[in-house]
Design a binder for this molecule. Structure first.
Ligand code: UD1
Ligand code: CA
Length: 458
């Protein structure tokens, strides 16, 4: 069976009150439409067609990377009309799965169940029982509990409005029949729209039994119309992710205060303190401890590392048993080997630092290759930029850099060199020697007196 997926995303989304099309609003850091596309991809369909609306060019543009086809619905004439726009792109498939671009938390496993349940009947839909069904299309069943039609809120009789089972909107239909039925759908209803569910009585008339499947939870079929709903589904999504991290062996001190915007893998016994944001691809090895208020973006952290509070770490590889922070900024291209220490108010960028080296306080290490067991004193700056070009600093194994040193690149500090505090290094510092550079020798003025305030008479 070849499946084609249609994702309806032509709605205006006016209640978002936004210049950005609704389906591009991010959920966990990526457009809600992308969540739906990625879920659809997990079913391995023949093709995915996104139906976009007038003014939705931005949607196409932003989703360029996604392997989908596009069908324009210039006027929003209803869900049936929307699906019809995609039909010319679905000639190769046997069945069509209809999803909504603004219903982002649908699970692939639920869709798989729908596909299975509909295998014989060639037609199935997701339905749920809602305590408060207002606004939704109600499911009408016959005396044998078979679905016979859906009635929209605005078209429903007082009696029908009492029905709590609703159409979640997600349907699976045989492609050939769908094409025939859609051509017969009319818009003589309260909204003058071509309703997709109006194909149901046609199917029933031709002897189809319509399978109904329920999602695992209601959030799966909840649509986003405004930012209140967006924030609610964001929390739901975050708690699903937090749960799976905990099941994978991480301790989250407060699962409600972790935000994951990307994909995270954890080893055993990872501990994450509150207020942490993990973005992009983050890998945390066994026993990693992430302190409070950290932001990690595209980072690999080796086992046994401690990330102390309040760091921002981005596009970096951290070796095993390192300690970073508190208050460190580790920028792109930083690669730390084992047991490196990056302390408070230290910034690193494009710096490879070998095992056991320490940059503990108030330093900037950029465009630098540093050997092992180097000790960098407080206030050391690699002056890597001459206003036009960036230059590299090389620091050999076991070097000792005194505090308040400026290292003007390109320059080499050889293995075992010691740099006296307060130096400005512009030339090679030879191996094993003390190099220092101060403009004056220290002097003491013998009969200097510290000024004092005169006593005043009152
Ligand atoms: C629809 C269903 C209703 C169901 C509800 C579930 C119909 C007629 N009604 O109602 O039975 O209970 O979803 O949420 O199908 N869209 C387009 N083009 C259009 C109209 C809609 O692309 O011309 C898209 C929207 O962007 C949205 C989806 O289809 O993603 C559903 O549209 P919406 O207006 O929310 O449908 P409802 O009328 O709420
Ligand atoms: Ca809706």
């Amino acid at each position: 069976m070849k499946t084609g997926v249609v994702i309806l995303a032509a709605g205006q989304g006016t209640r978002m009150k936004s210049a950005l099309p609704k389906v591009l609003h991010p959920l966990a850091g990526k457009p809600m439409l992308q969540h739906v596309i990625e879920t659809a991809q997990r079913l391995d369909p023949e093709t995915i067609v996104v139906v976009y609306g007038h003014g939705g060019e931005l949607v196409r543009e932003r989703m360029q990377e996604c392997d989908v086809e596009w069908a324009l619905q210039a006027e929003q004439l209803g869900t049936g009309h929307a699906v019809q726009q995609a039909m010319p792109l679905l000639r190769e498939v046997d069945q069509v799965l209809v999803l909504y671009g603004d219903v982002p938390l649908i699970r692939a496993s639920t869709l798989e169940r729908l596909v299975e349940a509909s295998a014989e009947t060639r037609m199935g839909m997701l339905t749920v029982e809602l305590e408060e069904p207002t606004g939704y299309g109600r499911i009408i069943r016959d005396e044998y509990e078979r679905i016979i039609r859906v009635v929209e809120q605005k078209d429903a009789s007082a009696e029908e409005l009492h029905i709590h089972e609703i159409n979640a909107g997600i349907m699976l239909i045989g492609r050939e029949e769908l094409g025939q039925w859609l051509a017969e759908v009319r818009n003589d209803n309260a909204q003058n729209e071509y309703y997709l569910p109006d194909i149901i009585p046609m199917a029933v008339g031709e002897g189809h039994v319509i399978a109904s499947v329920h999602p695992d939870d209601l959030y799966e079929v909840e649509g986003i119309n405004d930012r209140v709903q967006l924030s609610r589904l964001e929390r739901v999504y975050q708690s699903r992710q937090a749960e799976s991290l905990m099941r994978a062996g991480a301790t989250l001190i407060d699962p409600a205060r972790l935000d994951i915007r990307g994909s995270v893998s954890v080893g055993q016994d990872v501990v994450i303190e509150p207020n942490v944001i993990l973005e992009g691809n983050v890998e945390l090895g066994d026993g990693v401890h992430v302190g409070a208020n950290n932001v990690l973006r595209d980072v690999v952290v080796g086992s046994g590392c401690r990330i102390l509070e309040n760091c921002v770490i981005e596009q970096a590889i951290i070796g095993q048993a390192c300690q970073i922070g508190p208050f460190a900024r580790v920028r792109p291209g930083t690669e730390l080997a084992e047991r490196v220490r990056i302390g408070n108010f230290v910034e690193t960028k494009n710096a490879q630092i070998a095992e056991g080296s320490k940059v503990n306080h108030l330093s900037y290490i950029g465009d630098t290759t540093m050997g092992r067991d180097v000790n960098v004193g407080a206030g050391t700056i690699t002056c890597n930029y001459d206003g036009a070009y960036k230059h590299r600093t090389l620091i050999g194994d076991n070097a000792f850099i005194g505090s308040n040193t400026q290292i003007v690149a390109p320059v080499t500090i050889e293995a075992g060199a010691t740099i006296g505090a307060g130096s400005t290094i512009t030339k090679t510092a030879p191996a094993g020697k003390l190099t220092l550079c101060r403009t004056t020798r220290q002097t003491t003025i013998a009969n200097w007196v510290r000024p004092t305030k005169k006593r005043e008479n009152h």
